[in-house]
Design a protein around this ligand. Sequence first.
Ligand SMILES: C[S@@+](CC[C@H](N)C(=O)[O-])C[C@H]1O[C@@H](n2cnc3c(N)ncnc32)[C@H](O)[C@@H]1O
Length: 403
Amino acid sequence: MLSYRHAFHAGNHADVLKHFVQIQLHEYMNQKDTAYTYIDTHSGAGVYALDGGYASKNAEYETGIGPLWERKDLPKPLAEYVNLIKELNPSGKMRYYPGSPYCADKVMREHDRLRLFELHPADSKILADNFRKVEAHAAAQGERPSARGRRVLIERGDGFHALKTLLPPPSRRALVLIDPPYEDKQDYRKVRDALDDALVRFPSGIYAIWYPVLQRMESRQFADKLKRLAAKEWLNVTLTITTPGPDGFGLHSSGMFILNPPYTLEPTLRQVMPYLVQVLGKNADATYVIEKGTQVTGTASGRTGANGAVRMPVGNARKASPTAGAGSLRLPGQAPAGTPGAAGGAPRAPVAKRSSIAAAAAGKSARPTEAGVTRKSARPAEGGAAGKSARPTGPRNSGPRRP
Ligand SMILES: C[S@@+](CC[C@H](N)C(=O)[O-])C[C@H]1O[C@@H](n2cnc3c(N)ncnc32)[C@H](O)[C@@H]1O
């Protein structure tokens, strides 16, 4: 099914979360000189025009990048993302929004590698056209075209399949973004299968998976299934801007799930998520959740192995104030506010140890642990100049990722 066009959703709150986190991951990868490969299995068109065409239809960017555009109080990591978009819009007017390939190209170094896959014929062509313009601009700035040609590879093809062919990467360093439409519920399974395989081929890669938080079963169970993959560590962050109305229409919540997350990410999220909730949240239902965990390797006797730790809760903040940087913290294991015994009740001690066998038998993973209320100046073509997004939109067809 190739009806999805990302242009309809460019710059919405889900893109904000995804591209902000993506840039943070690149920043971490850039800390070491050794080159790395960025693999974007579902690239989209690369750049989207906001002031016309698809993006202007529902103007989803107005509740995503829009409210951040003029802010003067952006936390530094978020400012990096917004500044990248501002560079794409030198006039100061918000006209273009960068997709994940463009974000990557801007933040990655000359010796790094981009491997971009897009199945849709129109979007893969727009993606290639956009990168040609970026290349032309780079050449105009004096960069050697041959060097850039090796740096970026764009293919019209199945990103799930391509991933198999690229791991492990030559430099043994890789950042993988998996961002399918999820219009087809098979995407949930395909992501898991792809990661299962990728973790065998290249266990130390950083894998970032965007996903929609929806009512459909596949979506509700998705993060918990990802937690059971054979990665050493994981981190999950969700941003909810409001709860769905009775008709459940719209995408109100999305997540980024990172396997082998850099240690730098969690503190950055703690700093930025409350701010995003405050600025993008539509009402008091707006919230974020940060949770992380480690793979449990244990013995039948209950002794844990090298990775020993059980999935560790991070904490839980409700109504966190971005300015104060703190909220009423819910301790690990404590019942959420509003549940019997929650207020003032002694926190339950988290389960201290659990063997992999027990964990597998229980088929469960740690529960969410932090919540709060309270992303070259060549002018690119618009992603999605033809066709129409058929992404469904509500609980009646709650499969969509960005309705
Ligand atoms: C959500 S969009 C990607 C947005 C992009 N990652 C970004 O952040 O700017 C998903 C894209 O995946 C494409 N797609 C769907 N199935 C695919 C597959 N099996 N392999 C590669 N691309 C696919 C769709 O055409 C669509 O452009």
